[in-house]
Design a protein around this ligand. Structure first.
Ligand code: PLP
Length: 543
């Protein structure tokens, strides 16, 4: 063969080839895979967080809206991807990437995800998934047991029963929350006499039938925005999600919650669901779930717990008591793609009552026939991949004690980082870690002292400047590419509930060391010193 550049062509033969798995080990597939693995290893082994290239520049590489007329060889296209896409992606697996809830993956997820993609099973129905359906039911049983701790007999009876559903597997916490509230809504406004139920007749008829002036969902002000999406989609409107204030530890004020329930009841507005958060997205705190369950019982409403992020803590015997009362919830959301270290696209909701999903049951003629074990009759999504396999594999390979080590390590690392921040005069710890998440900001001691004694007006003036400084530091640190923390705005009670911009850190990567944490602070101090705008302004005002 000569060196001349071959040109790919779309022919019946070449298309046939694309769908034929090559057999020889030195085949095209083998070569491409070797190259991808090498590049991926390089990517994953890279301890920087991102290379510095402005987004506007990257957009130029993705500017063509035409579907190509000329096919490309797979190897050529792979190089294109490595060059334009992979090289400009974020190293979420870097130990100094400590800003988000999705982090590094255990290595075995790579070959297993290839297996899953290759098999391309569709979990919507048995006909396209066979053994994957019992596997997913088992995974849901395991997660149900992690939360509700029922006896063997319970799971033997219900796990594989066509008439029962211990939960629903889905793409993430958002869909899990929507599913939970969908079930809550349809059970509240179920068929009754001549009324055929909200699923059949809609919200308008349902309210008329039941005589409610409105419907509400109650959650703390730290609730995840997916709950508002759910309210929107379920026809209740975002305003029906009512925020309840939190205490100094970002936990819902249960007295305010009970008062709000009573106020709504007096107005004939039915509380459809109270939602507890077990690990808030911004601060990682856990609501007093047992007390919330009592209130839900008193007002006869659904109790949902959004444990998308914190749910995995139940795997730790040492820390699972932090989620005390979760077993009283009617439904619980857990994301496997957060603290269970499964690739993205793995969320689930479990239900205490395995019959509660009957009100969202949906049947069609050619699939999802009545009495079938098709998972699709109780899920929001239709076609769905076999992600449950990844969670199944992780739970077997890592095992519960292995997960416990990971969870405990993360929490203890966050406590260590909190100590570093508290010992350092230049930083202010804003929320203490209950799980492995904390928030803080850069504020030299003189500034902190000034704030402690200043009146509201002077406080505000300084806080506005500090917000700018926090944003500057976070952005510059991200651009430098050595490490990454995220930023968010949270109400801080000792600043009169003002929303303060803070750094947010999630310590889920087992490879993040104490040294790395120290370096993050050192870099932030350096960046602050370089901020010729904000820091001098702040210091001038407090001195
Ligand atoms: C992440 C998260 C969600 C949303 O989950 P996705 O998987 O991103 O859809 C919902 N609630 C909480 C508390 C979360 O942390």
């Amino acid at each position: 063969m000569t060196n001349k550049k071959r040109v790919a062509q779309a022919t019946p033969e070449s298309l046939h080839q694309i769908f034929t798995i090559p057999e020889a080990p030195d085949s095209t597939l083998g070569r491409i895979e070797a190259e991808i693995s090498q590049n991926l290893n390089g990517f994953l082994g890279n301890h920087i967080v991102a290379t510095e290239k402005p987004l506007a520049e990257i957009e130029k590489d993705f500017a063509d809206s035409k579907i190509p007329e000329q096919p490309q060889y797979v190897s050529d296209h792979t190089h294109h991807l490595l060059d334009k896409l992979i090289s400009q992606s974020v190293h979420t697996s870097s130990p100094s990437f400590i800003g988000h809830m999705t982090s590094a993956l255990p290595y075995f997820q790579l070959p297993l995800s290839k297996l899953m993609t290759g098999m391309n099973q569709n979990l919507v129905k048995i006909e396209t998934s066979k053994a994957f359906t019992p596997l997913e039911r088992q995974v849901l049983g395991m997660m149900h047991r992690m939360v509700y701790q029922q006896a063997d007999g319970f799971y033997q009876k219900l796990m594989h029963s066509a008439a029962h559903s211990l939960g629903a597997f889905c793409s993430g916490g958002t869909v899990a929350n929507i599913t939970a509230l969908w079930v809550a809504r349809n059970n509240l406004l179920k068929a009754d006499g001549v009324f055929k139920g909200i699923a059949q007749q809609g919200l308008f008829q349902a309210l008329k039938h039941y005589g409610y002036a409105g419907i509400a969902i109650l959650v703390s002000e730290r609730g995840h925005y997916s709950l508002k999406k759910a309210a929107d989609i379920l026809g209740l409107g975002r305003d029906s999600v009512i925020s309840i204030k939190t205490d100094n530890n970002n936990r819902i004020d249960t007295q305010a919650l009970a008062q709000e329930c009573a106020r709504l009841e007096a107005q004939k507005i039915k509380v459809m669901s109270i939602v507890g958060v077990a690990g808030t997205t911004e601060t990682g705190n856990i609501d007093p779930l047992r007390d919330m369950a009592d209130i839900a019982k008193r007002f006869n409403c659904h109790f949902h717990v959004d444990a998308a992020w914190g749910g995995a803590t139940l795997l730790s015997n040492k820390y699972r008591t932090l989620l005390d009362g979760i077993e009283l919830a009617d439904s619980v959301t857990i994301d496997a793609h957060k603290q269970m270290y499964v690739p993205m696209g793995a969320g689930l909701v479990v239900f205490k009552d395995s019959e509660s999903v009957s009100t969202i049951e949906h049947h069609a003629e050619y699939i999802l026939r009545k009495g079938s074990k098709d998972l699709g009759s109780h899920t929001l999504e239709g076609s769905r991949p076999g992600m449950a396999m990844m969670l199944y594999a992780s739970m077997h390979i890592i095992s519960r004690p292995g997960y416990e080590m990971l969870i405990n390590q993360s929490i203890e690392k966050a406590k260590h980082f909190a100590e570093l921040i508290e010992q350092d005069d230049d930083f202010e710890l804003i929320s203490k870690p209950e799980l492995c998440l904390l928030t803080y900001r850069y504020a030299p001691q003189a500034v902190q002292q000034f704030l402690a004694n200043a009146n509201a007006e002077r406080q505000e003036e300084i806080n506005v400047l500090l917000d700018k400084l926090t944003k500057f530091i976070q952005k510059r640190q991200r651009e430098n590419g050595k490490s990454f923390v995220s930023r968010t705005r949270i109400e801080v009670n000792h600043y009169q509930g003002r929303k303060v911009l803070v750094f947010r850190v999630v310590l889920a990567n087992p490879l993040t060391t104490h040294d790395i944490l120290q370096e993050v602070l050192v870099e932030q101090k350096q960046i602050a010193a370089e901020s010729l705008n904000f820091l001098p302004q702040i210091l001038a005002r407090v001195n």
